[in-house]
Design a protein around this ligand. Structure first.
Ligand SMILES: Nc1ncnc2c1ncn2[C@@H]1O[C@H](COP(=O)(O)OP(=O)(O)OP(=O)(O)O)[C@@H](O)[C@H]1O
Length: 721
């Protein structure tokens, strides 16, 4: 599929670069490489003077250690438990600044939003753990919300064409949505569109256009004053609601509109009744807060693949998860900042937050998004097929109904336009078929767009992974080849532009789909009305034949849809397998590189290897032989393995252990041993032979006449740089 590339301005510049490696392994699903994962940071707030003992330590910029809570005097128990280490994308200590937190978590999201991407950052944690401080902050220490908007306005200032920034601010209090810019509007409804992503919308929510940080500060202060804040035993100004600030950035040119959304969410604190000594109203609030946070936790659990292996993700349990659906399930870059208190008194809440946050590190967007789309499309086909089948049933029952008597036929008004009615019915059925076909085309197109979007995501994620290796936490830039970097940046800008175009196309097709569905519904209603007139009109064989034909057409349509649905599932499965293969190839390349480098170290350090490791190396060699055989048969040359040095000692060990049959011995291999100098009588059985770091190319490419004989080699060649 060829997609036009709109000409977007270069990203980066004043917005900086992402520093998170999104290419982490998703242990839960077994997916590796470029899955776009939720970025998880955890911030520890400063210990207050009256809080006593501290139970948290920052080990490094990614690890938090929770002190063991066992009785230090109980030696037996001490042995059984140990301090817990929790790993995140970023760990911020008590002395971390607002700027540091913003820079590493949200700064790059602002750039994404300007390129037409959606992004979400949300603060999670127990009451009084510092969420509002991070998200909103104070006038002297502004938080993420203000900094993000400031960056946004700075970046778009004087840019042509001009950008429009619209804000909305809502709170979710006791499962009710209130407009923080217009609280008098009362409770607002949450709706979901009919598209595959079920995008949530809040009916009647005020959107205010803003153009400067000071204007936004005023709006935010006004909005925050409207938030439901109450003193609790754990926090004097505890936010009792979840607050969501949505920023919509639009750039419009003649024939092109680009929209990016940034969602910033300050969640209400989770709390234990015993800690906050809540009664009455506070208890009800607490129950609602905990319910929605529990729902969020369940969603996080399900998305991370923990629990009993089920992949069903239930967003419907609370408005919070419904609102965050897209942020968590894909189509959005998401950052979660967990907050914890270092005080011993908050140990349980802290442990819970750390557990949730570390589970969240396993969430992968891409997988969920794919499954969502395919499942949704298959459900759509199923619905259409069941519609068709019920229509077939109805038509058949009419066909089976009694023919009218001659007297009835004679008694009909002579003006009944039988012919006209028949034509109308046929026209309506034709229209329905046309609309159903259009729907299938749209679905096919949406699927292709999805595949293309994934490809672009991969390009971007791989670039980001490379980038994160190049940038240190402080953002200092190492010396790299400027040319190569620029080249990469050009392709990543193209990928962003392409992605932005794809997303607009997706929006357009989803709207088209929804209109087509409406048209189809109207057409079906019209057909039913016409059919209702049929029984008394069916007095001739011709009309009965017409009805039989219509039934047949419906049956064929239903069969076609069923086939289409099956094809969709198969295509998806093939794509999934192709993805997996690609991942395995990448892993294999990495493994080979690791082994090669380790071998350098072993040989340079003259390290003697244990038997079991030698055996593993030998098994690895067998795998390479197998690959060489099968690749030869498949016509794919594995020339790299043709030039490997021999390992005589490994053969000896294998023989002794009864693996002799596994290594083919050939005259060619013997020649190779002597020519590469791999055999060394001075070595013990457990030593690896010295590597010949010179040229191994003495074999040359295999003659096409020579049968594929694998050389008895162990490792890929080592090219020293
Ligand atoms: N990183 C920090 N540096 C300085 N003070 C902080 C920090 N984090 C939190 N605090 C202070 O701790 C107190 C509680 O923080 P905050 O109100 O942000 O917690 P919260 O998690 O939003 O609580 P709740 O869920 O009850 O609203 C506030 O007085 C805040 O100023």
């Amino acid at each position: 599929m060829r997609l036009a590339t709109p000409n977007f301005p270069a990203a980066g510049g004043d917005i900086g670069f992402p520093t998170v490696n999104r290419n982490a392994t998703n242990h839960a699903t077994g997916n590796h490489s470029s899955d776009e994962k939720l970025v998880v940071a955890v911030r520890v707030r400063p210990l207050k003077s009256d809080e006593g003992e501290k139970i948290l330590h920052i080990l490094d910029d990614k690890t938090i250690v929770l002190d063991d809570d066992t009785d230090k005097k109980d030696i037996l128990r001490q042995k059984r438990t140990s301090d817990k280490h929790y790993n995140f994308d970023f760990a911020f200590g008590e002395n971390s600044t607002q700027e540091e937190v913003y820079d590493l978590t949200t700064r790059s999201l602002v750039r994404d939003v300007l390129l037409g991407y959606n992004a979400t950052v949300f603060a999670y944690g127990a009451t009084g753990a510092g969420k509002t401080h991070t998200m909103v902050g104070t006038p002297s220490q502004p938080g993420i919300m203000v900094r993000a908007l400031n960056d946004l306005f700075t970046s778009i200032a004087d840019k042509a064409p001009p950008h429009r920034v619209k804000l909305s601010y809502l709170e979710l209090y006791n499962e009710n949505i209130r407009d923080l810019f217009n609280p008098s509007a009362g409770f607002l409804d949450l709706r979901e569109d009919t598209g595959p992503l079920k995008t949530p919308t809040v009916a009647g929510l005020t959107e205010i256009e803003a153009s400067s940080t000071s204007e936004v500060m005023g709006l935010l202060l006004r909005g925050n004053k409207e938030r439901s804040v109450e003193p609790t035993a754990a926090n004097k100004t505890s936010s009792r609601s979840h607050a969501l600030l949505s920023v919509i950035v639009t750039r419009e040119e003649e024939d092109e509109k680009r929209t990016g959304r940034l969602y910033m969410l300050d969640l209400a604190g989770s709390e234990r009744a015993s800690n906050t000594k809540n009664r009455g109203k506070r208890l009800v609030e607490g129950a609602h807060i905990n319910r929605s946070l529990l729902a969020l936790g369940n969603v996080i659990n399900a998305l991370s693949g923990s629990g009993n292996g089920s992949r069903y993700v239930n967003y419907r349990d609370s408005k919070l998860t419904r609102l965050l659906r897209n942020a968590l399930s894909g189509n959005c870059r998401t950052v979660m900042v967990g907050h914890v208190s270092p005080a011993a008194a908050n140990r349980d809440e802290t442990r819970n937050t750390l557990l949730y946050a570390s589970r969240a590190t396993r969430i992968s967007h891409k997988v969920e998004k794919n499954e969502l789309e395919v499942n949704w499309q298959v459900t759509q086909y199923r619905d259409m097929i069941s519609d068709l089948r019920s229509e077939i049933g109805r038509l058949k029952s009419k066909l089976d109904s009694e023919r009218p008597t001659s007297a009835e036929i004679r008694g009909r008004s002579s003006g009944t336009p039988v012919k006209h009615l028949r034509e109308q019915i046929i026209a309506t059925f034709r229209e329905q078929m046309k609309l159903r076909r259009r729907l299938m085309d749209i679905d096919g197109h949406l699927m292709s767009l999805g595949i293309e979007a994934e490809r672009q995501h991969q390009i971007i994620s791989q670039w980001e992974a490379r980038r994160s290796k190049l940038y240190t936490r402080s953002g200092s830039r190492p010396n790299t080849s400027a040319g190569a970097e620029n080249g990469n940046e050009v392709s990543v800008h193209e990928a962003w532009s392409e992605l932005s175009y794809i997303e607009r196309e997706q929006e357009r097709y989803v709207a088209l789909r929804s209109n087509t569905l409406k048209e189809l519904e109207m057409c079906r209603e019209k057909a039913v009305l016409l059919e209702n007139d049929l029984p008394e009109q069916l007095d001739s064989e011709t009309e009965r034949e017409m009805l039989s034909l219509l039934i047949r057409v419906h049956e064929l349509e239903a069969d076609k849809m069923a086939l289409q649905g099956e094809r969709l599932v198969e295509t998806h499965e093939l794509r999934r397998r192709a993805d997996m293969l690609q991942r395995f190839h990448r892993q294999q390349r990495l493994t080979d590189e690791i082994i090669t480098r380790q071998r350098h170290l072993i040989e340079e350090g003259k390290i003697t290897l244990p038997v079991d490791l030698m055996e593993l190396y030998a098994l690895y060699q067998q795998e390479i032989h197998a690959t060489t055989f099968s690749s030869d048969t498949a016509g794919i040359p594995y020339s790299a393995y043709d030039t490997l040095p021999p390992i005589k000692e490994v053969d000896t060990i294998l023989e002794r252990r009864g693996y002799t049959a596994m290594i083919p011995q050939t005259a060619e291999s013997d020649t190779q041993r002597s020519s590469t100098g791999g055999s060394s009588s001075s070595m013990t059985d457990w030593e690896l032979p010295r590597l010949n770091t010179g040229s191994y190319g003495s074999h040359g490419p295999r003659s096409s006449k020579t049968p594929p004989t694998p050389p008895p080699v162990l490792f890929p060649p080592i090219h020293r740089t």
